[in-house]
Design a protein around this ligand. Structure first.
Ligand code: CTP
Length: 139
């Protein structure tokens, strides 16, 4: 019998230039829930947020789908879909990194909400900046 507290978790993100912070977050979610659903933001939704991805949606989706701890990848098209996703997929846990703490507490009416600590020292934004102006070579 599984000892995991939750049956199905859901989390949202861009997952551009997939990095170790992304992987560790998903691993920690998989330690909490039997199934991990990931909503990856579409290029159109990112454009609405003023965000331009390096890697197109279909490729970001394919990378996340290939991870063994991920059960299913869905598409995130807007800010409003979270409640209906949680209901539609029967999720009992919603997880985000701690940069989002408090932002999605309205989902507590539908499932548990947890914000996990981010991995320090890495983000897509920093990777993009490092490529533009390298600080010095480490490999
Ligand atoms: N995340 C994390 N640790 C990091 C970076 C991201 O735990 N060092 C988590 C975020 O909190 C989020 C998920 O990974 O729950 C997807 O984050 P995303 O926004 O795609 O990654 P970032 O690297 O933060 O991207 P950006 O710099 O564009 O905001």
């Amino acid at each position: 019998m599984s000892e995991k507290k939750y049956k199905r978790a859901i989390t949202y993100g861009t997952y551009d230039l997939f990095h170790i912070g992304h992987l560790r977050l998903l691993k920690r979610i998989a330690n909490l829930a039997e199934e991990v659903y990931v909503a990856v933001s579409s290029d159109e939704f990112n454009a609405l947020k003023g965000k331009k991805c390096i890697v197109p949606f279909e490729n970001r989706k394919e990378i996340v789908e290939a991870l063994r701890m991920v059960t299913k990848v869905i598409r995130e098209d807007n800010w409003e879909q979270k409640i209906s996703d949680v209901q539609k997929y029967g999720c009992d846990l919603f997880v985000m990194g701690s940069d989002w703490t408090g932002k999605f507490d309205f989902l507590k009416d539908y499932c548990d909400v947890i914000y996990l600590p981010r991995t320090e020292g890495v983000s897509t934004t920093e990777i993009k900046q490092d490529i533009k102006s390298p600080k010095g070579s480490s490999c």
